[in-house]
Design a protein around this ligand. Structure first.
Ligand SMILES: Cc1cc2nc3c(=O)[nH]c(=O)nc-3n(C[C@H](O)[C@H](O)[C@H](O)COP(=O)(O)OP(=O)(O)OC[C@H]3O[C@@H](n4cnc5c(N)ncnc54)[C@H](O)[C@@H]3O)c2cc1C
Length: 470
């Protein structure tokens, strides 16, 4: 079965890989000149990589870890010490750690919380633990039902102290969704917490040993090609062409640089584009169908990824850090955490700026100046005083619409991978799957779409066999 897939982000690539593994012929069509979508990366003129996003992998990513195993590239995941590290805004330069001991879940996470006395008092810990009881006892059903509340509303309903919300949840919310806790659905954070509490190594973090484009996307492409599939860059989908019955007749691809448009035909078609692109390309004939109408309830959230190269070392910490600063979310010194970006003498900080709605239209210079102001509080020793570290160069990567905005009520708008159109499927981390808008969610959604296509193909061949017998 030939399957045309628009989009070579992780969802499109995973979908193609699993279709090719199952003996089908996927053809992936990506609009840009780079693989990976939100994990795409580029090299500057000096050969240094810069990325769309600082990406952390978690132990609670079963489908992603399985994919690494299938590709034979597990050694590319650099697992860090099992700990979560937070900056303390009131104590510049001082870090607070939640060290997770190597004992079964959920006791390991509970122990890490009990042992941390910088960020939570005993009273706050007890209130927090009591507040979490319904999520633990009633499980995912309860977690899904909490989508009607923002995280802050949910915390208030549980009687959880304001300080817990400001200390831990601002950081978690900004890191997981790029928005603040008063804007984010309680379901998102509770889902992540549940995964971390259920799995011994769920909250353990790994970094890829190089750029995701080269070290993760390229091996997926090689696997697709080795099994008879194709992946093409610079192939933007322009229009979804329909048959009179509303099914897909073909993908009309925009011809670039004066080339003519071309039509790609297949037995099945998949959108692995972001939800914002899919909304624009939804054929008018489909717009009243519930599955496509509800896409209007989803929208990509702005985020900015920063890279700052310094002339000396600012830190030796080999881990993701939660900045807890107003402007920034998580960051890491990639010269320490990532093998391919390693530099023994000079730091390269990669930082996520979120929420970014007030910054996305500002100049790179303004963004860097504000970031340097905040970094002075995170690294007072190196960035203040008489001989501060010098910024050698920087890169600012703005993504005006990244993962879907995970505000309250969005779960109802996330579509299934199967649509009412018999030969058309959706994939992407915004589609319904049990993980949030994440790399794990993208890979899982790609796998689910591939499974749905294989099942539809099987049903069709059974139907044809029965017809032949009749
Ligand atoms: C700053 C940042 C940090 C992040 N950090 C993490 C993290 O630490 N951990 C984590 O798990 N996740 C993280 N994420 C989220 C993760 O990157 C995404 O959830 C995931 O990569 C989404 O993959 P996708 O395939 O669903 O969508 P996308 O990556 O958006 O892929 C869609 C693809 O479709 C293509 N496309 C669009 N229009 C067309 C068209 N007309 N024709 C053909 N192709 C088209 C796009 O170019 C793109 O390649 C982060 C994201 C960002 C932006």
């Amino acid at each position: 079965m030939r399957v045309a897939i628009a989009g070579a982000g992780l969802a499109g690539l995973a979908c193609a890989k699993y279709l090719a593994d199952a003996g089908h012929e996927p053809i992936v069509l990506e609009s840009r000149d780079v693989l990976g979508g939100l994990v795409a990366a580029w090299k500057d003129e000096e050969g240094d990589w810069y990325e769309t996003g600082l990406h952390a992998f978690f132990g609670a990513y079963p489908n992603m870890l399985q994919l690494f195993k299938e590709l034979g590239i597990e050694d590319r995941l650099q697992w860090k010490q099992h700990t979560l590290i937070f900056n303390q805004p009131e104590k510049p330069g001082v870090l607070s750690r939640f060290d997770v001991p190597d004992i079964p879940a959920p006791f390991n996470v509970i122990m890490s919380i009990i042992r941390n006395n910088d960020m939570l008092s005993w009273e706050q810990k007890i209130r927090f633990a009591i507040g979490l009881v319904p999520a633990i006892v009633r499980g995912q059903k309860y977690v899904e039902a909490m989508d009607k509340y923002s995280l802050i509303e949910w915390l208030r309903r549980q009687g959880i102290d304001e300080r817990v919300s400001s200390d831990i949840f601002v950081a978690a919310s900004k890191a997981l969704t790029f928005i603040d806790p008063d804007q984010v659905s309680a379901t998102i954070i509770l889902t992540a917490l549940n995964k971390f509490l259920q799995e011994r190594y769920g909250s353990k973090i790994a970094f890829l040993d190089g750029s995701p484009t080269e070290r993760l996307c390229q091996p997926i492409v090689e696997s697709i090609q080795a099994n008879g599939g194709e992946v093409h860059l610079l192939k933007p989908l322009k229009q979804i062409l329909l048959n009179p019955d509303g099914t897909v007749r073909g993908f009309l691809m925009r011809g670039l640089n004066g080339a003519a448009d071309e039509t790609i035909t297949a037995d099945a078609y998949v959108s692995a584009m972001s939800v914002d692109a899919m909304k624009v390309l939804t054929p008018p004939e489909w717009r009243e169908l519930d599955c496509f109408k509800k896409l209007d309830g989803l929208e990509g959230v702005p985020v900015i990824n920063l890279h700052l190269w310094f002339d000396c070392k600012l830190t030796q910490i080999d881990q993701l850090l939660f900045s807890r600063s107003e402007l920034l979310s998580v960051y890491a010194d990639m010269s320490v955490t990532c093998k391919d970006y390693a530099d023994p003498d000079r730091s390269m900080l990669e930082l996520v700026l979120a929420p970014a709605k007030d910054w996305i239209n500002r100049s790179d210079e303004e963004i860097i100046a504000a970031t340097m102001g905040e970094l002075k509080r995170l690294f007072p020793e190196h960035l203040s005083g008489e001989n501060p570290a010098q910024l050698r160069k920087y890169q600012v990567v703005k993504t005006p619409r990244s993962v879907y905005t995970a505000s309250p009520g969005r779960q109802a708008y996330r579509p299934d991978q199967i649509t009412p159109i018999a030969n058309f499927f959706l994939t992407g981390s915004y589609t319904m799957q049990q993980y949030l808008g994440s790399m794990e969610g993208a890979v899982l959604s790609g796998k689910l779409a591939a499974q749905a296509i294989c099942k539809a193909d099987l049903a069709e061949s059974v139907r044809q066999d029965l017809q032949a017998v009749a």
